[in-house]
Design a binder for this molecule. Structure first.
Ligand code: TRP
Ligand code: SF4
Length: 408
C-alpha cells in the first residue's frame, strides 16, 4: 500500500473485481468477500465481474462464462454484499472500460507491461495455454482502465494484485502528463515555479518530468528536497508544488491506492491453502451434508492412530480450521484434549462442523430467493450496470475531450 501519495483523502470510492472462474469457496469468503461486506458500510463501493479478464486466459471456454458469472453474483449476494449499498455490475456491460483501455494503451510503454510480474508468472504456470497474446499482455492495463474509469481512490486487493495497482498509478500519472488540461491551478504553479529563479525552476521541471514520465522515484525525492530548500515560496505555493510534482492538480485521472486485504490464508480440507486446483475446498453454498462428510474424513495428526494415542494440534489440518472458526475456549479444549488423548478426532471435529454449518446457514438463506428467481439477480445487475455506466460515461466525456477526439 502506498500511503505517501494519497491524493484523494476525501474520495471514498472503492472499486474491486473478480474474474468469474466458478463457484466461490470459503477461502474467497474469509479472504475477500467479508472485507467487501465491511467496506460497503463506509465507502462508495463498486464491485464487478471481470468477465473480459477471464477471457484473457479462458478464451478456450466461452461456454462456461454464463454459468460462472451468475454463480458468482449469487455468491456475492449470499455472502452479504448488499445491492442497496454497493454497485454490482458486469465489466462487459460497461463497454466504456474497453474504450479507456484503448486510450490508455496509446501512452503505455510495452516494457511496463512486460515487466508486470504476473505476465511471466502466469505464462509459466499455464504452460499448456498460449498466453503470448495481445489480450494477456494488456491484462493489467485493462485493470487500470477498470479502476481509473471510476476515479476510485481505493482498490482492495490481495498481495498478488498490488503490482497491477502500482502500474495503474504510473499509467494515470503518464496519461495526466500527456492529456491533463492546463487549469487555473497550472497557471498558479507556473508562476510559483518561475519565482524559484531560473536555475531551480529548470531543475524542478526536469525532475518532475523524470518522475511523471518515467516513474523515477529518485527524481521525485530530489525535487522534494529542492522545494523544501526554496526560501522565497509561500507555504501554499510549496504545498501546491509538492502536489503538482506528482502530477496532482491536473487530476484528469486520479491515482488510486491499493488497500491490501490481509487475508488470513484460509486452510483447505488438507491443511494446504484452500484452492480449487487442490480440490480441498468447501464451497460457499456447499451442500451441508457434503460439508459435514468432508470434515469428518479430513486427515488428522497421523500419530493419533487410536483414540488413546495423544496427538499434536500443530501437526493437524483440523487445528488450522479451528484457528479460523473456534473461540478461545474451544481452542483450549482442543489443544488440551488432543495432547492428552481425552477424546477422539471425530469429537474434536464436531464443534468445527457446527461452526461451518452455522456460518453457511446464513449464506444459504440469503442465496435462496436469488436461486429460486434468477430474474432478481438479473435486476440487481441491470441496476448496477446502469449506475456504473453513468459514472464511467462521465469520465469518458472528460477523457475524450482531453485526448482531442471531440470534434465540433
Ligand atoms: N485481476 C483481478 C484478479 O485476478 C481482477 C480484477 C480485474 C480487478 N480488474 C480489477 C481487481 C480492478 C481490482 C480492480 O483478482
Ligand atoms: Fe487433530 Fe483434533 Fe484429532 Fe488432535 S484431536 S489430531 S487436533 S482432529
Amino acid at each position: 500500500m502506498n500511503e505517501s501519495i494519497d491524493t484523494n483523502t476525501d474520495n471514498r470510492r472503492v472499486l474491486s473485481g473478480m474474474r468469474p472462474t466458478g463457484k466461490l469457496h470459503l477461502g474467497h469468503y474469509h479472504g475477500v468477500l467479508k472485507n467487501w461486506v465491511r467496506m460497503q458500510e463506509d465507502y462508495e463501493c463498486f464491485f464487478f465481474i471481470a468477465d473480459w479478464h477471464a477471457l484473457t486466459t479462458h478464451y478456450d471456454a466461452p461456454e462456461t462464462m454464463n454459468e460462472h458469472v451468475w454463480d458468482m453474483v449469487i455468491d456475492w449476494l449470499a455472502a452479504g454484499v448488499d445491492p442497496e449499498k454497493a454497485t454490482l455490475f458486469i465489466q462487459s456491460h460497461v463497454p466504456e472500460h474497453a474504450e479507456l483501455h484503448l486510450l490508455l494503451s496509446m501512452v503505455t510503454p510495452l516494457g511496463w507491461l512486460e515487466r508486470v510480474p504476473s505476465f511471466k508468472d502466469q505464462q509459466e504456470k499455464l504452460r499448456e495455454k498460449d498466453l503470448a497474446t495481445y489480450g494477456f499482455l494488456g491484462y493489467p492495463l485493462l485493470q487500470s482502465a477498470d479502476i481509473l474509469i471510476y476515479r476510485a481512490a481505493h482498490v482492495p486487493v490481495g498481495e498478488d494484485q498490488v503490482p497491477h495497482v502500482e502500474l495503474t498509478r504510473e499509467i494515470a500519472r503518464r496519461f495526466n502528463h500527456f492529456f491533463g488540461r492546463g487549469s487555473e491551478f497550472e497557471e498558479r504553479m507556473d508562476a510559483a515555479i518561475r519565482q524559484m529563479g531560473k536555475k531551480a525552476s529548470k531543475t524542478y521541471r526536469r525532475l518532475r518530468q523524470q518522475f511523471t514520465e518515467q516513474g523515477d522515484r529518485d527524481a521525485l525525492e530530489e525535487a522534494r528536497t529542492l522545494l523544501r530548500e526554496q526560501q522565497n515560496l509561500s507555504r501554499e505555493q510549496r504545498e501546491g508544488l509538492l502536489g503538482h510534482l506528482e502530477g496532482r492538480g491536473v487530476t484528469l485521472l486520479p491515482e488510486p491506492a491499493a488497500l491490501l486485504t490481509e487475508a488470513a490464508k484460509m486452510p483447505g480440507l488438507d491443511g494446504q491453502k484452500m484452492s480449487k486446483s487442490y480440490g480441498n475446498t468447501i464451497f460457499l453454498r456447499d451442500d451441508p451434508k457434503r460439508v459435514e462428510q468432508a470434515i469428518r474424513v479430513m486427515p488428522t495428526d497421523p500419530a493419533r492412530v487410536r483414540k488413546t494415542d495423544p496427538g499434536e494440534p500443530e501437526k493437524c489440518p483440523v487445528w488450522s480450521l479451528h484457528k479460523v472458526y473456534s473461540d478461545a475456549e474451544t481452542r483450549a479444549w482442543v489443544e488440551d484434549g488432543c495432547r492428552r488423548a481425552a477424546f477422539g478426532c471425530l469429537d474434536c471435529k464436531q464443534p468445527l462442523i457446527n461452526a461451518v454449518l452455522a456460518e453457511q446457514e446464513v449464506i444459504l438463506d440469503r442465496a435462496r430467493p436469488y436461486e429460486s428467481s434468477p430474474d432478481l439477480v438479473r435486476e440487481v445487475i441491470a441496476a448496477g450496470d446502469k449506475h456504473a455506466r453513468e459514472v464511467a460515461s462521465e469520465t469518458m466525456t472528460i477523457v475524450r475531450e482531453s485526448v482531442g477526439t471531440i470534434y465540433r
